[in-house]
Every structure is written in C-alpha cells, then in structure tokens.
Design a protein around this ligand. Sequence first.
Ligand code: ITT
Length: 188
Amino acid sequence: MIELLFATGNKGKYIEAKEILEQQIPEVRIKQLDFKHIEIRSESIEEIAAEAVERAFEESRMPVFVEDSGLFIKTLNGFPGTYSSWVAKKIGNRGILKLLKGEKDRTAEFRAAISFRSQKNAKTIIGICKGEIAKTEKGNGGFGYDPIFVPKGHKTTFAQSIGLKNKLSHRYEALLEFSKYLKAHLRR
Ligand code: ITT
C-alpha cells in the first residue's frame, strides 16, 4: 500500500479525490491531512497550489498533494475565481445569482489545480470544466457552487447529478491526469 496525503480542510473535495484516485490506483490509500495555512494572494490557482504544497510537505514530510479550485464567471471577469471559497461563505449561491440577474451570457468554468510534492518529485496539473450558471439553485448533491453550475451540453446542475459530475468535473479531469502521473512515478 502506498499512502498519499491530501492536504485540505474541505471534506467535499477530499471525498471526491479519494473515490477517483483509489479507483484508478488500487494500491494507493488517500488520507486527509487537515491542513490550515494562509494561502498566498494570486489570481492563479496554479501559483496558489504550488506554494501551498510546499508548506504541506514541510509539515508532513510525506508524499502530499493539495488542490486549489474555483469558479470563474466570464461576464464578471473571472470572479469569484481564486476567492471562490471566501465568496461562497459570504454571499453564497444566492448572491452569485443576484449578481447575474438579467444577464444573458452566463458562461462559466470550474478550474482545479493539483500540486503534488514528494521527496523526489514536484508536479502541478490543471483540470477545467466548462458550463453555465443556472437561473436558480437546483439539487442537493455535491458542495459549494454545484447547485448553480450546469456543465456544457447538459441541462441539470452538478448538484442534481453527482454521477455526471464525477465523470466530467474539473477535479475529475485533473485527478485522472494526476493518477497517470502517479502510476508512472510511484511504482518505480
Ligand atoms: P482547502 O483550501 O482547504 O482545500 P477550500 O474549500 O478553501 O479548501 P479552495 O480555496 O480551493 O478550497 O476553494 C475552492 C472553492 O471553490 C470551494 O470552497 C467551493 O466553494 C468552490 N468549488 C471548487 N470546486 C467545486 C466543485 O467541484 N463544486 C462546487 N464548488 C466548488
């Protein structure tokens, strides 16, 4: 068994990552490192993740990864972006729907950056999921902005169809890439 830490305070992110990675690589066990540190300020999820994983590795000295993600809304110039977690706590989905009231272009995308660090290796991987912001909140699966996000080519929100989410989310895309990387590096 290979133990790998996921440093995150977000249980929803942890559950998704654990399911996907353990399915892809049977000999891997994902453990949560409940890790709280002050994130750097940046508009780039890659930069935030790459810095955070260094802190997590300093703390754990074990193979570890972090994931920084966010919702980027086109007509709001990418808001809430790297401030997604904070904005979700302050104004929530209702606040986002208010900001987009009467707006025709509801194009948005979720982005996720995974940064991995071990004694020997360091790697950052990006995943993107394109879609639109719904007119109202729908569904109660998932977490965060899932009730208002409709992936491209579909009619239901992520919160209405978690099965769908787990096959096409930004996190799934990044985790699949990450699992390929792990298969190539961990087994050596
Ligand atoms: P950690 O930093 O401890 O991992 P966090 O929740 O603060 O947890 P981020 O800074 O990466 O993580 O913030 C990402 C926010 O973006 C998250 O709190 C949600 O509000 C939103 N988000 C990210 N991925 C999402 C998803 O798959 N579905 C719904 N909302 C998501």
